[in-house]
Ligand binder design. Sequence first.
Ligand code: MLT
Length: 292
Amino acid sequence: MIVPFAAGGPTDVIGRLMADHMGRTLGQNVIVEDVTGAAGSIGVGRVAHAPNDGYTLSIGHWSTHVVNGAIYALPYDLLRDFEPIALLPSNPMFIVSSNSVPAKNLKELVAWVKANANVTIGTAGVGSGSHISAVYFQNFTGTHFQIVPYRGTDPALLDLMAGRIDVMFDQVSEAMQRLRDGTIRAYAVTAKTRSPVAPDVPTVDEAGLTGLYINIWYGLWAPAGTPLGIIAKLNRAATAAMADPAVQKRFTDLGLEMPPAAQQTPEALGKLQRAEVEKWWPIIKAAGIKAE
Ligand code: MLT
């Protein structure tokens, strides 16, 4: 299972939980390999060109399997070159900062970014969920960050805690632990409702950035042409993992939302991906976000 972002980040954590349980169902180890760079497009490309025998899979999410197609001249086609297996859990982002940032709420944060030309924001690369969210924030608020790309949000988060960068959009499932231990500060969650694991963090609407919703949904794909019998077997292993109460608890404790059982099919993932491409590509292109 190729994880297209750095070890320790949200994609890696979800991938490892899934791989571990799927391996037990399938009766053989599912090995996770982190293949990082270019907002996940290098790792995803590895899977697009892998043999379609069911032995190489791609975990990815909204930005790797939707957004990247609008930003990069990819050497693969996100819709044609993959066989969807299953929709996995989803989570929104937190807007977080280093504890050294003086702002105590989102309005103060916006004012602070406006007043300081060198505020840095860490991202997982151009086109990653964290990067698109940062650009959105800039467009919404008329602010400007110095954008610092990493190979995943985990190395960015380490620099945030150390105060080497100021701000990040980080998925709830990754930021939660740091929020609990007080090593970072959260200003808002990019969802219509507060996260059950962080009821004190206001929604973007409550905090003053109405409508800045970003939901990172995860999925599992195989290379196009993988026999449908193999896709069905992999889907059964993925859904068995998501049906296990112990796995569900791990996911929900991290602030992830489980997809309803009816949405855990290959067809539902394919449909969602196509709908998201239609919705987001025009928005991303209009926002002028390009690979550097
Ligand atoms: C990661 O695993 O590092 C993240 O999913 C990257 C991102 O923000 O898109």
